[in-house]
Write a protein that binds this ligand. Structure first.
Ligand SMILES: Nc1ncnc2c1ncn2[C@@H]1O[C@H](COP(=O)(O)OP(=O)(O)O)[C@@H](O)[C@H]1O
Ligand SMILES: CCCC(=O)OP(=O)(O)O
Length: 365
């Protein structure tokens, strides 16, 4: 009998839900949440009941009962940094998400919904390679201000799934290769994977690395301080400039690259320069990760929705092909990666880790 796995993945503007039988996706829905519906909520936590109703409707419309599922898997949330792997979602983990100390993201709400439903239906509830997966080597965490450490917050689930795929395509094990993976979506992360660990990566959520369709990326620090103290903005407004209203959205009024590329096709020079700047910053981050890997790079994987865009892919290739061969893995693989983790858990092929809030020891790089 195949295992039935329910995967739940809320993003900023949609909730992705999928049902798997073993590794076979039998049903999937990407439910868009129109801005006018989301604007009724002050914060992501207020969206919990609304998003949960979405999930319940999906199940009932498809004659599915959670009683018939074997497990619920969520993407994981912004908790204390932990090493990659499978985790049972626990109250301690949920409390750390709720505290906001480690960031805010709709994926936290997904974990709370999964936990509540799991409790109601007595099903195990897990997450796989959560976004705070921290395998960064110690030197990568330094900034020049001791009170400020670089933190890992990125698309760990998709990054690791794609790195494993790239390794398989090279006929090697993930633990035996060095690759750079670029997750190119609404947020962008560029990770250096060394022997199965992400030893360095930009923080995709909180002002680090390239700007993205909706995030500001790294900003000259003193200028940001000036803006903060200009008296023009509340803290919340500044934070929105960094995440949600930054990047392409700030420059061009939209996060939609399909629209931007169409504008470029119609001769919009400004749109071209801004999108080129984003590609340039991504390429520079790849160069930085190549240095982190001491130039020993077996391949570069481009993944996420933006990897569908020939305009972006060709710009990137021009800058980075000299480093290593570039491989395309268009779209993201998160739902499949969540289901694959759940299957390893159910088949007892991988032991779940226990969330203690303690970080694992990192290998020196
Ligand atoms: N087929 C496509 N070709 C090019 N760009 C795309 C395509 N599909 C989505 N995009 C762009 O990808 C970006 C959003 O990425 P997506 O992965 O959907 O977001 P998220 O990271 O929030 O899940 C948007 O700029 C969107 O316009
Ligand atoms: C929580 C960090 C991962 C992230 O930024 O995800 P999205 O780009 O999907 O919002």
């Amino acid at each position: 009998m195949a295992y039935r796995i329910l995967a739940v993945n809320p993003g900023s503007t949609s909730t992705k839900i999928a049902l798997f039988e073993d590794d076979h996706k039998v049903m999937a829905r990407n439910i868009a949440h129109p801005p006018q519906e989301l604007s009724a909520f002050q914060n992501v936590w207020e969206q919990q009941a609304y998003r949960q109703r979405t999930l319940i409707s999906f199940l009932s419309e498809n004659d599915l009962s959670l009683a018939d599922c074997d497990i619920i898997v969520a993407r994981g949330g912004t908790t204390r940094p932990i090493s990659g792997g499978i985790y049972d979602i626990t109250l301690e983990m949920l409390a750390d998400m709720k505290s906001g100390r480690y960031g805010t993201h709709p994926t936290n709400v997904g974990c709370h919904i999964a936990f509540e439903l799991g409790k109601r239906y007595r099903k195990p509830v897990i997450c796989v390679d959560p976004p705070v997966t921290d395998e960064m080597c110690p030197v990568a965490k330094y900034t020049g201000i001791p009170e400020i450490r670089r933190q890992s917050s990125f698309h760990a689930l998709n990054q690791k799934a794609i790195a494993r795929k790239l390794a398989a395509d090279l006929g090697k094990n993930y633990s035996d290769i060095n690759v750079i993976i670029c997750h190119l979506g609404g947020g962008i992360s560029v990770g250096a994977h060394q022997g199965g660990r992400v030893v360095d990566v930009n923080n995709a959520l909180n002002g680090d690395g390239p700007f993205s369709p909706e995030r500001a990326g790294g900003i000259p620090a003193a200028s940001l301080v000036e803006l903060c103290f200009s008296g023009e903005y509340e803290k919340g407004a500044i934070l929105k400039k960094l995440t949600g209203q930054g990047g392409l959205t700030a420059h061009l009024g939209t996060a939609d690259c399909l629209e931007i590329i169409e504008r470029i096709g119609s001769g919009d020079q400004r749109a071209a320069e801004v999108l080129d700047a984003m590609c340039y910053q991504i390429a520079k981050e790849v160069g930085a990760m190549a240095a982190a890997l001491r130039g020993k790079v077996d391949g570069i994987g481009l993944t996420g929705s933006l990897a569908h865009a020939e305009y972006i892919v060709s710009k990137l290739k021009t800058h980075i092909s000299f480093i290593a061969p570039v491989y395309l893995y268009q779209g993201e693989n998160e739902m499949e990666a969540m289901a694959a983790g759940a299957l390893r858990y159910l088949r007892k092929e991988e032991e779940p880790k226990h969330y203690t809030g303690q970080q694992d020891d990192n290998n020196a790089c």
